[in-house]
Structures are given as C-alpha cells and as structure tokens.
Ligand binder design. Structure first.
Ligand SMILES: [Zn+2]
Length: 80
C-alpha cells in the first residue's frame, strides 16, 4: 500500500482513505479530513516520511514534483 501511495501523491478522500488517515488527522493543521477533501502526500517537519495533508497546506516543488508542508518548505528554502 505504501508503494501505491508513493505513486499517487494526490488523492480525493473517500471513505477508505478517511478511515486510514483520520486516526491521526492532517499532520499540517491537526484537523480531520472530510469526505471529498483533496489531500497530498507531503514531507514536513514531522520527519518520518511523507504524510497526507490538505492540498492547500502544501506546496509542490517544481523541480522534484514532491509536495511539502508550507512552513517546512519555506524553512528548507531559507537554509539553501
Ligand atoms: Zn490540514
């Protein structure tokens, strides 16, 4: 399942995805996802691998096409 997620970084929340992700909720804002929300698999300050967050809380790096949590991405760019 993780391999599939890696190939599909953007999803629209259906019941199955909700059940899988709402134990934890969104890693960026801490809220639960709603049915029909668009979520992306993003890297963030939490560290251990990509997690689903709301699409509007993520930015996509143009070079790598990877998603990052916004404030984390800004911090990465500031270091570079
Ligand atoms: Zn969120």
């Amino acid at each position: 399942m993780n391999d599939m997620n890696a190939c599909k970084p953007k999803i629209v929340m259906d019941l199955e995805s909700l059940n899988a992700s709402n134990a934890q909720g969104c890693s960026a804002c801490g809220r639960k996802f709603n049915l029909g929300d668009t979520a992306v698999l993003a890297c963030g300050a939490w560290g251990s691998g990509p997690r689903y967050i709301h699409e509007n809380e993520a930015v996509q790096d143009k070079r790598t096409a990877q998603y990052f949590e916004r404030s984390y991405y800004a911090a990465l760019k500031a270091d570079a």
